[in-house]
Structures are given as structure tokens and as C-alpha cells.
Design a protein around this ligand. Structure first.
Ligand SMILES: Nc1ncnc2c1ncn2[C@@H]1O[C@H](COP(=O)(O)OP(=O)(O)OP(=O)(O)O)[C@@H](O)[C@H]1O
Length: 308
């Protein structure tokens, strides 16, 4: 449903998105995750036809975003990361305005808007001013706005940011229901665990490049050779970090006070040997523990963050 080939966007000196090739199957949720500045918003804006690619191609629902933007707009609902202005509009008026922008007739708008408000749980807010809504309610209103013209594809930029956990769970359930109705959803976040439960597949972007893509399980399996060890030493943590960084099988060491997080490739025997070597070197080891593998570890491993 969405396919990009070597999609690239340059802003003068900056390459915001570089040779991005990905595909999203119809009726699935794809999460684009990456740290700030990774190029997520730029990618989504190109797919929503708001920015023109500098090179490469993007096809949405069979239409090329560069040469058939009108076609693409008809089948895409885009929710940007900022809500924008609602200048003294009430919820219903707000949706009515956008419905008119989409070319919907008055009767169609009058029929569809109450249904949509019901669907996103805002029926009791139909006459409230948009500016008076909470952040979570605004997100749901943004979703309703995306759904006005019943698009096959939803492109949502950081929709869950700033929501409390309960609201996030509700929002996720809404997106899953839309997916189950056959919609294709591309969603971005800078927090992997936020997307992991929701998405059928995720792509991890760093510095404009896609560094990993697949199901969370596949990405986990890809880097499964590596483990994170939590080591704590009684003193001289700086010396221990420097010593560890020179050892075979250790790709990264991060120190915080006397705690060390060490990315290590090796089995149990290798771990035992490392502990022995540390002790033999004179480091007083207080704790030596392989971490349970969390999604955050995966993210840090593939993005290479946590170096140092
Ligand atoms: N209009 C623009 N002009 C110049 N540079 C831009 C423009 N838009 C984005 N960039 C740059 O492109 C890079 C990618 O930005 P983008 O907003 O796509 O990242 P992001 O992954 O969405 O980040 P965030 O999570 O912070 O929203 C950044 O270095 C940014 O400064």
C-alpha cells in the first residue's frame, strides 16, 4: 500500500531522508521510530504530498506522490505532529470546516461528523470549543479529522506523544480497530515501546537512514548475539570502563557513576571469564548481571546510541 524506493529529501546542506526504501502492506500498522531529527516527519510529509522528494520515489495506493499528488491526497488522512489552530471553533464546526475542504457536501458532513465523534469518543464534546479540549481529546479529534473522507491510508506523526498511559491505551485500541477494518496505518514515534505492541512491523530510522525494519521479533533476532551487561564496581568505574572498552566482544560501554552498561557478545562461559578477568585486574565488582532484553536495548543497539 505504501512503497518508497531510495526516497531522499535534501534541505540545502542537510540530507533529512537518505535513500529510504520501505514497504507497508495493506491492512497493517507500520511504526517509524527514531530519535529526534531522524527524518520521520520529513518522510511522512513526503508521503502525505506536503513535501516534494528531492530524489527517489514514493507510491501510495498505487499513485506516485510526485506526479499524482491529488490522487494520493484522496486516499490519505494525515495527522501532523502539531495540532494547528482552531480559532474559536467548536468541535463540530471544526470538522465541518475540514469536511468542506475535502469537498464533502453539507448533508454528507451532517451525517458523518456525529458518527466520527462517536467513534473517537467525543460525542459529548460536539459543542465544546476545540481550544478547551485536553491533549488526548485533541489527538482523538485529529484522528476524526483524518477519517473525514474515509481514507484507506492513515499517516500519523507522533500521535501518542504527551498522552497519559490510559489515554494511550485507548488511542491504540482505536488504531487497531481501524486496522482490523482494513486501513493501512503509518505512525511515527521516538519511543519504540510505544509502538511495539501496536505495530505489525517497525522501521528504525537514524540520521535519515533506515537502519532496521521488520517485526519487533525479527529485529530482536537479528541482534540477538549481543547482550547488555550491568556491572557495578565499588570504585574506579572510569578505569573499569576504559579497561572493558578494550576487551574483545565488547562494542560499547556506558558509565553512570559507578554503574556500567556494557554491550557484550558472548555466551555464559564468556561472561564468567570476563568477570574473572575483571577481578584478576583488581576491580572490586559489586554487581555483574546480564540485563533482561528489553525493547529499549534493541533500540539502543540498532541506533548505536549509548556509546561512550
Ligand atoms: N524545512 C526544513 N529546512 C531545513 N532543515 C529541515 C527542515 N525540515 C527538517 N529539517 C532537518 O531535517 C532533519 C530531519 O528532521 P525531521 O523533522 O524529519 O526529523 P524527525 O525524525 O521527525 O524528528 P522529531 O522526532 O524531532 O520530530 C533534521 O536535521 C531537521 O533539522
Amino acid at each position: 500500500m505504501i512503497r518508497t524506493e531510495n526516497l531522499t529529501k535534501r534541505f540545502e546542506q542537510i540530507v533529512a531522508v537518505k535513500d529510504l526504501t520501505l514497504s507497508v502492506r495493506e491492512g497493517t500498522i507500520f511504526g517509524l521510530v527514531g530519535p529526534n531529527g531522524a527524518g520521520k516527519t520529513t518522510t511522512l510529509a513526503m508521503l502525505a504530498t506536503l513535501l516534494r522528494p528531492s530524489a527517489g520515489r514514493a507510491i501510495v495506493g498505487g499513485y506516485d506522490v510526485a506526479t499524482q499528488p491529488d490522487r494520493v491526497r484522496r486516499i490519505v488522512g494525515f495527522n501532523p505532529d502539531s495540532f494547528g489552530f482552531a480559532d474559536d471553533l467548536k468541535v463540530t464546526e471544526y470538522l465541518d470546516f475540514y469536511g468542506a475542504c475535502y469537498g464533502m457536501g453539507r448533508l454528507e458532513r451532517a451525517r458523518r461528523i456525529p458518527d466520527l465523534l462517536e467513534r473517537v469518543g467525543l460525542a459529548d464534546k460536539a459543542d465544546a470549543y476545540v481550544d478547551s479540549l485536553s491533549r488526548g481529546m485533541k489527538q482523538r479529534l485529529g484522528l476524526a479529522r483524518c477519517l473525514l473522507h474515509d481514507p484507506a491510508v492513515l499517516i500519523l506523526d507522533e500521535p501518542a506523544s504527551g498522552l497519559d498511559p490510559g489515554t494511550r491505551v485507548q488511542f491504540r485500541a482505536m488504531l487497531k480497530a481501524l486496522r482490523d477494518e482494513g486501513k493501512t496505518i503509518l505512525i511515527s514515534s521516538h519511543i519504540l515501546p510505544e509502538l511495539a505492541d501496536l505495530c505489525d512491523e517497525v522501521g528504525i530510522m537514524v540520521g535519515g537512514t533506515l537502519v532496521a525494519a521488520g517485526s519487533v521479533a525479527e529485529i530482536l533476532a537479528r541482534i540477538s548475539g549481543e547482550r547488555l551487561l550491568h556491572i557495578e564496581v565499588l570504585e574506579n568505574a572510569e578505569g573499569a570502563a576504559a579497561w572493558l572498552a578494550e576487551r574483545d566482544g565488547i562494542s560499547r560501554v556506558k558509565r553512570e557513576g559507578r554503574q556500567l552498561a556494557v554491550a557484550f557478545v558472548g555466551g555464559e562461559a564468556d561472561q564468567a571469564a570476563l568477570l574473572q578477568a575483571m577481578v584478576a585486574e583488581g576491580f572490586r565488582v559489586l554487581r555483574f548481571q546480564p540485563a533482561a532484553r528489553t525493547l529499549e536495548d534493541v533500540f539502543l543497539s540498532v541506533t548505536g546510541e549509548g556509546n561512550g
